[in-house]
Write a protein that binds this ligand. Structure first.
Ligand SMILES: Nc1nc2c(ncn2[C@@H]2O[C@H](COP(=O)(O)OP(=O)(O)OP(=O)(O)O)[C@@H](O)[C@H]2O)c(=O)[nH]1
Ligand SMILES: [Mg+2]
Length: 249
C-alpha cells in the first residue's frame, strides 16, 4: 500500500516543479520549454526592426509576421534572428493571427513592430500570465514625450474602452497593442476580425469566455518611421469602423 504521506510528498514535488517551470518561463531562462513567443505584425518597418529585435529579453522568441513589406523588412528581421512568416492577406489582424498560428510556446505576446513599444517591457505584461494572475494581459500605454500618441487616438481609445466596459463588463483603460495570453486558449477563441478590430475582439471574446483580463502600464514612445494609421485621417477612420463592427457583433 502507497502510504498517504508519499502521496503528499509527490503532490508537493509536482507543485514545486510546476512553480519552477512557470517562474523560469517568466524570467526567460534558456530551456526551450520555458520560452515565450513574441508576434510582431509588420508592414514596412525596416527602420525600427534592428533596434526592436536587439531589445528582446532572453527567452523571448520574435516572430515577424510580414504583410508584404517592400522595404526589406523580412530580410532585416531574419538577419536579426527573428522567425519570419509571410502573410499574403493584408491587415493588422491577419498578420497577428498568422504569427499566432506559427507560435510554438505556451505563452504568446504581441507587440507592434514600429518602435513604439520596447520589448524589454514585455515581462511587465507576460508575467501576469506566467504567474497565473491573468488569462489575458494588456499593456496600458503611457505616452513618453510629445507625439507618442496623438490626442484624437487617445480620445478614441477612451470611447472604445468605456463602450467595452458597458458591453462586456471588462475594466481596462486601453486596448493596446502589447498583449500576452496562453497560445492554445487564444487559438480556441472565435476571433474573426483580421484588421484593426483584432485587439478589441480579442478582449471581447476573452470576456465572453470568462477570462481574467488585467492591464499593467507600459511606456509608449513615438513610432519610428511615418505613421500609417493614427497619424492619418483615413487610417483612423478605418480603425474606428473596424472597432465599431466588433462592438456591434
Ligand atoms: N497599417 C497596417 N499595419 C500593419 C499591417 N500589417 C501589419 N501591420 C503592423 O501592425 C503594427 C501596427 O500598425 P501601425 O501602423 O503602427 O498602427 P498604429 O500604431 O495604430 O498607428 P501609427 O503607428 O500611428 O501608424 C505595425 O507594426 C505595422 O507594421 C497592415 O496591413 N496595415
Ligand atoms: Mg504604431
Amino acid at each position: 500500500m502507497w502510504p498517504a504521506r508519499w502521496n503528499r510528498v509527490a503532490a508537493s514535488r509536482h507543485r514545486f516543479v510546476r512553480a519552477f517551470v512557470l517562474l523560469a518561463a517568466c524570467h526567460g531562462r534558456s530551456v526551450s520549454a520555458m520560452e515565450i513567443d513574441v508576434v510582431l505584425p509588420c508592414l514596412n518597418e525596416a527602420g525600427a526592426l534592428p533596434w526592436l529585435l536587439s531589445r528582446m529579453p532572453s527567452g523571448y522568441r520574435p516572430i515577424v509576421a510580414d504583410n508584404g513589406s517592400t522595404d526589406g523588412s523580412p530580410s532585416i528581421a531574419a538577419d536579426h534572428g527573428a522567425t519570419v512568416v509571410h502573410v499574403p492577406q493584408r491587415g493588422y489582424g491577419a498578420a497577428c493571427h498568422a504569427g499566432l498560428d506559427a507560435a510554438k510556446h505556451d505563452v504568446v505576446c504581441f507587440m507592434d513592430a514600429d518602435g513604439s513599444l520596447d520589448p524589454a517591457d514585455l515581462p511587465i505584461v507576460s508575467d501576469l500570465v506566467c504567474d497565473d494572475l491573468a488569462d489575458l494581459a494588456l499593456g496600458r500605454r503611457r505616452p513618453q514625450g510629445a507625439g507618442a500618441w496623438p490626442p484624437h487616438a487617445r480620445l478614441g481609445n477612451v470611447v472604445v474602452a468605456s463602450a467595452l466596459r458597458r458591453r462586456s463588463g471588462v475594466h481596462v483603460r486601453d486596448i493596446g497593442p502589447m498583449r500576452a495570453a496562453r497560445r492554445e486558449a487564444l487559438l480556441a477563441l472565435p476571433i474573426s476580425d483580421r484588421r484593426f478590430g483584432y485587439p478589441l475582439e480579442t478582449v471581447v471574446r476573452a470576456a465572453e469566455a470568462g477570462w481574467r483580463v488585467s492591464e499593467r502600464d507600459v511606456p509608449y514612445y513615438p513610432r519610428t518611421g511615418k505613421s500609417k494609421v493614427t497619424g492619418t485621417v483615413g487610417g483612423t477612420m478605418r480603425t474606428v469602423r473596424d472597432m465599431r463592427k466588433v462592438l456591434a457583433s
